[in-house]
Design a protein around this ligand. Structure first.
Ligand code: RVP
Length: 517
C-alpha cells in the first residue's frame, strides 16, 4: 500500500519568523552571511560547525541556477564579484562551456576587453551607430577593427561634436592618435594602472602588447568600482570563483575539460537526483580527482535522497523538485514536494548525518524563491545557501534578450525542460533510452517566459541582502549558523498571510492627482 505522509507539503509563503531578543550590538553591518559550499569534517560534539571549515565558502549564500537563461559568463562574473557563486550551464557543447568558464576565471577586474572597435577607414556615421548600439562612448580604432588589432587611436565623445561633425568624416581625422595617447604595457597590475590614470589625468588607459596590439582598456570608474566589492569570492590566485553544471552522460569528457579550465566546483544537473546514475558520476569524479573534484548532486526532496547522495560522496546536496518558477514537472508528472517541507526534512537529515559521521554536507535550496524573504526562510529552515533562476534572469547581466511588451521592459527566461533549452540530459533517466537516442524532449517540463526587467544585479542583490541582514538582527543572529539555531518559525494561516500585505486601504495611484475637497 502506498505510503501517505501525515503532513501536507508546504512552501515558503506559508511560514513566518517570530523575532527573538535583539541585542544592542546586533546590527546589520555586523552580520556575516558566509556559507559553506562543499563537505568537510568537524567534531560533532562541538555542535554544528562553522562555515569557514569548508574548503570552499562563499561570502553571500546565493548561487545562480544552471540554466541557459541565467548563468552565462557575464552574470557569473557579476555574482562572484558580489560574493555569490554561479554555475555555468551545462546544456551546451563541452568546448563552449569550457570557454565560458575560462573567461570567468581569466576575468581581471578592471581589465576590459574593448567591445567598441572600428577600423581607420570607418566614418563618423559608424561611430554614432556604434555608440548607440553599445551605449559606450569610448571606441578603440584598430588596424583591423577588432578588439585585439593594432591600436592606432581612440575616439571618445570629446573628439567630436554631434550635429557639427559631418557623417562622412573618416575616423582617422577625428580620433586621438596613438602618439598622443598614454598606454600601459601588458603585465601591468591594477594599482599601477590606476597610478598612471591619475598621473596622466585620463579616464581610459589602453593596455597594449609588444606588437602594439590592444589587449584591454582600463577605465577610471571601474577601478573605483573594484574597490567597492569587498565581498568578492576569489581563489588562491585571486581569480573569481565559478561553478559548472554537468550531466550523468558525458561526465567522463566534460569533467576533465571543466577542471582544466579552472571550474572550482561542479554540480550534477538533474530534475531527480535520487538515482544510481548520479552515484556513478560522483564515484568517477571522486576517484579520478580526489583533491580537485568538488561535485554537488541532486535534486532531492527527502531524507532518503539526501543520505543516498551524501553516502555516494556528494559535496553538497541540492533540494527541490517542481518548485521552480518556470517548472511544470509537478503538473506534467505529479512528482515533487513543497519547497519548505523538502528543505526542513533534508536539513534535518544533514544534521543527523553530521552527528553520525562527523561529515557536514551543505544543503542548497533550489528554486521557488519568489520574494526576497523566502531566501531568509530557506536559510532559517537550514539551507546553507540557495539557488535562484528567476531572480537573476531579470538582470542586465543575464543572457536573455531584453524586450518591451506593453510599455514594460522584460527579459526572456526559459526553463531547462522547455523545448527551447533542449536539455534532454536533465530529464533523461540515464538509461540510454528514448531521450538519449533522439536527443530531444518527449514532453516539456518547463516553459518559455518573460520576467520583468529589474536592472543591475548588484543593485538588486544589495537590496535583497539588506533585508536578509535586517531579519537576522530581528531574530538575534549575526551569522547564518546562529540564525538556523535560533530561528523560530510558524505556519501562517491564509488569513494571516493576507494580513501581511497592505490591506483595507486604497493604495495611492502616483499617476492621478487627488482633488482636494
Ligand atoms: P526559480 O528560481 O524559481 O526560477 O527556479 C530555478 C530552478 O528551477 C533551477 O535551479 C532548476 O532547479 C529548476 N528548473 C530549471 N529549468 C526547469 C524546467 O524547465 N522545469 N526547472
Amino acid at each position: 500500500m502506498a505510503y501517505i505522509y501525515d503532513e501536507p507539503s508546504r512552501t515558503f509563503g506559508e511560514y513566518l519568523l517570530i523575532p527573538n531578543l535583539t541585542a544592542k550590538d546586533c546590527l546589520p553591518e555586523r552580520v556575516k552571511l558566509s556559507a559553506p559550499v562543499v563537505r568537510f569534517k568537524a567534531d560533532p560534539d562541538a555542535g554544528l560547525p562553522e562555515a569557514s571549515l569548508s574548503p570552499l565558502t562563499i561570502n553571500v549564500p546565493v548561487t545562480s541556477a544552471l540554466m541557459q537563461s541565467v548563468s552565462g559568463e557575464e552574470l557569473s562574473i557579476a555574482l562572484a564579484r558580489c560574493g555569490g557563486l554561479s554555475f555555468v550551464f551545462g546544456s551546451q557543447a563541452i568546448e563552449d562551456q569550457v570557454a565560458m568558464v575560462g573567461r570567468v576565471k581569466n576575468y581581471k577586474a578592471g581589465f576590459v576587453v574593448s567591445d567598441s572597435n572600428l577600423p581607420p577607414k570607418a566614418t563618423f556615421a559608424d561611430v554614432v551607430a556604434l555608440t548607440e548600439r553599445t551605449g559606450h562612448s569610448t571606441i578603440a580604432i584598430t588596424d583591423d577593427g577588432t578588439a585585439t588589432g593594432k591600436l592606432v587611436g581612440i575616439i571618445t565623445s570629446r573628439d567630436y561634436r554631434r550635429g557639427k561633425t559631418a557623417p562622412t568624416t573618416p575616423v582617422a581625422e577625428i580620433m586621438t592618435p596613438l602618439s598622443a595617447i598614454h598606454c600601459a604595457e601588458i603585465g601591468i597590475d591594477l594599482p599601477a594602472a590606476n597610478d598612471l590614470i591619475w598621473k596622466h589625468k585620463v579616464n581610459c588607459l589602453p593596455v597594449i602588447d609588444a606588437e602594439q596590439r590592444l589587449r584591454y582598456l582600463i577605465f577610471r570608474k571601474d577601478y573605483d568600482a573594484h574597490k567597492e566589492h569587498p565581498l568578492e569570492n576569489v581563489d588562491r590566485d585571486k581569480r573569481l570563483i565559478v561553478g559548472a553544471g554537468i550531466n550523468t552522460r558525458d561526465y567522463r569528457e566534460r569533467v576533465p575539460a571543466l577542471l582544466t579550465a579552472g571550474a572550482d566546483v561542479l554540480c550534477i544537473d538533474s530534475s531527480d537526483g535520487y538515482s544510481e546514475w548520479q552515484a556513478d558520476a560522483i564515484a568517477f569524479i571522486k576517484s579520478t580527482y580526489p583533491d580537485q573534484g568538488h561535485v554537488g548532486a541532486g535534486n532531492v526532496v527527502d531524507r532518503e535522497g539526501f543520505r543516498y547522495l551524501a553516502e555516494a560522496g556528494a559535496d553538497f546536496v541540492k533540494v527541490g523538485i517542481g518548485g521552480g518558477s518556470i517548472c511544470i514537472t509537478r503538473e506534467q508528472k505529479g512528482i515533487g514536494r513543497g519547497q519548505a517541507s523538502a528543505v526542513i526534512e533534508v536539513a534535518k537529515a544533514r544534521d543527523e548525518y553530521f552527528q553520525e559521521t562527523g561529515i557536514y554536507v551543505p544543503v542548497c535550496s533550489d528554486g521557488g524563491i519568489s520574494q526576497d524573504y523566502h531566501i531568509t526562510l530557506a536559510l532559517a529552515m537550514g539551507a546553507d545557501f540557495v539557488m535562484l533562476g528567476r531572480y537573476f534572469a531579470r538582470f542586465d547581466e543575464a543572457p536573455g534578450r531584453k524586450v518591451q511588451i506593453n510599455n514594460q521592459f522584460m527579459k526572456e527566461y526559459w526553463g531547462e525542460g522547455s523545448n527551447r533549452a533542449r536539455n534532454w540530459q536533465r530529464y533523461d533517466h540515464g538509461s540510454g533510452g528514448d531521450l538519449a537516442k533522439t536527443k530531444k524532449m518527449m514532453f516539456e517540463e518547463g516553459v518559455d517566459s518573460y520576467v520583468p526587467y529589474a536592472g543591475k544585479l548588484r543593485d538588486n542583490l544589495e537590496a535583497s541582502l539588506a533585508k536578509i541582514r535586517s531579519t537576522l538582527c530581528n531574530c538575534g543572529a549575526l551569522t547564518l549558523r546562529e540564525f538556523y539555531q535560533r530561528a523560530r518559525l510558524t505556519v501562517a494561516s491564509a488569513v494571516s498571510i493576507r494580513e501581511g500585505g497592505a490591506h483595507d486601504v486604497v493604495l495611492k495611484d502616483v499617476h492621478s492627482e487627488p482633488v482636494e475637497s
